[in-house]
Design a protein around this ligand. Structure first.
Ligand code: MG
Length: 414
């Protein structure tokens, strides 16, 4: 398995000689922080490729042993020709199958490795990664800013001030998380309507799969009195496709949902559960899998959104290269991690200007990692600091115990 393909001539060959893993922690403006692992590939040509295993949550209460993972990845990749992207990605798809509902997390690891391979291939050919995918069809992508949940009058004040500030910076598309405290949702929207009015576009209301479908319909109807969203997202529990389809039938608003892979998108379409699918490299296992999801969406007539908010500049660049290479992106992207993190391992962060994300145009992913910064952000990844909620939740607040499956506090980002 470690034998490089000898049919290729020297010019088309970049042999991987080493793999190293670099765990970091980056704080968010919200006060949360996220843990990531940078995957650094060295080669016989002197080129280096870097990928991001972003915002690790992995299996509840477990984390990868990075020494062991480094050995596994070295065993897998050393001696391989990084230019053979299709073959190596197929191999990754066989190895990172996930188990049960954890595929999404191994997807993030697979995406990090695939990112590093594409970074290398682009650098070897001296082209941006989007060129490998047939782009660019666009060089900048309009962005949509999240407004996180309103639980109190203080949140409302903070969120109103944030919208004012961002509007001043040229961001005029927003999406709002609702459903945690419906009275505060409505109070916030009334204040936003009064203070900001039509200066902004409300891209979506996101219910994060936490609300019963019937309650979702009622809540969305309450909220749409203030702003008519272009779509509503995650309107039923994750696996409840019938519930999503029910909400979709009862509202004349398009419904969107995150998908795990292209087969998942097909199942949702078959259930008539969605109009729009939310595409993210870290969920699917990398850029090539995202391209498959976009192709399936095109064939099925589903619209798409490019995610996600959880990556630093490196992972966001991978999203940007996909967004620069596909025609069927239908809404502003929600990939704004580099704005939400106060620290970033990149020397050249992803740039946002006038409400757009600028697609990096340097070779590979176009992001130069500052390894001194990586050292400064170094962090031994783990779950240890998250509090465990031992109480029996009341039925009415069950869905707001942050993470229903684990009972862990600290995963507050969605
Ligand atoms: Mg969402």
């Amino acid at each position: 398995m470690n034998e490089p393909n000898t049919n290729l001539n020297q010019k088309n060959s970049v042999i991987i000689t080493g793999v190293s893993l670099h765990p970091i922690r980056t704080p968010r403006v919200s006060g949360d922080d996220s843990q990531h692992v940078l995957i650094r590939l060295k080669t016989d040509s002197g080129l280096e490729g870097v990928g991001e295993y972003a915002d690790i949550t992995d299996l509840p209460l477990t984390m990868p042993d990075l020494n062991d993972l480094q050995k596994s990845l070295s065993n897998l990749l050393c001696g391989q020709n990084a230019m053979e992207l299709a073959r190596l990605d197929h191999l990754l798809s066989l190895l990172f199958t996930g188990r049960g509902d954890t595929g999404i997390y191994t997807g993030s690891l697979r995406a990090g490795i695939e990112m590093a391979l594409h970074d290398l291939a682009g650098k070897a050919l001296d082209v941006p990664v989007y060129v490998l995918f047939g782009g660019p069809v666009r060089t900048r992508i309009k962005v949509c800013f999240p407004i996180f949940r309103n639980f109190s009058d203080q949140h409302i004040e903070q969120n109103l001030a944030m919208v004012e500030r961002l509007l001043g910076e040229g961001f005029d598309v927003f999406r709002l998380y609702i459903g945690a405290a419906p009275d505060f949702d409505e109070k916030f929207l009334a204040a936003l309507r009064h203070q900001i009015g039509d200066q902004i576009t409300m891209q979506s209301f996101d219910l994060s799969n936490h609300v019963h479908p019937s309650d979702a319909v009622r809540l969305i109807n309450r909220c749409r009195k203030y702003y008519e969203p272009q779509y509503v997202e995650s309107v039923a529990p994750t696996q409840d496709l019938d519930g999503m389809a029910d909400v979709r039938r009862r509202l004349d608003i398009p419904v969107s949902e995150h998908v795990g892979d292209s087969r998942h998108a097909i199942r949702m379409w078959e259930a008539r559960a969605v109009d729009i699918i939310n595409v993210a490299n870290s969920a699917h296992g990398g850029m090539r899998e995202s391209l498959k999801v976009f192709a399936v969406a095109e064939a099925l007539g589903l619209r798409t959104i490019l995610s996600t908010t959880q990556e630093t500049s490196l992972g966001t660049a991978a999203e940007a290269h996909v967004g620069a290479a596909v025609l069927n992106v239908h809404y502003p992207t929600v990939a704004i991690g580099p704005i939400l993190y106060t620290e970033d391992p990149a020397r050249n962060r992803i740039r946002y200007a006038d409400g757009y994300m600028i697609v990096p145009d340097g070779p590979g992913l176009g992001i130069e990692i500052d390894w001194e910064k990586v050292e400064a952000l170094r962090y031994q990844i783990g779950w240890r600091e998250y509090g465990i909620d031992h109480s029996v939740p009341d039925i009415h607040d069950l869905q707001w115990k942050v993470n229903i499956s684990t009972g862990l506090k600290g995963m507050r980002k969605k």
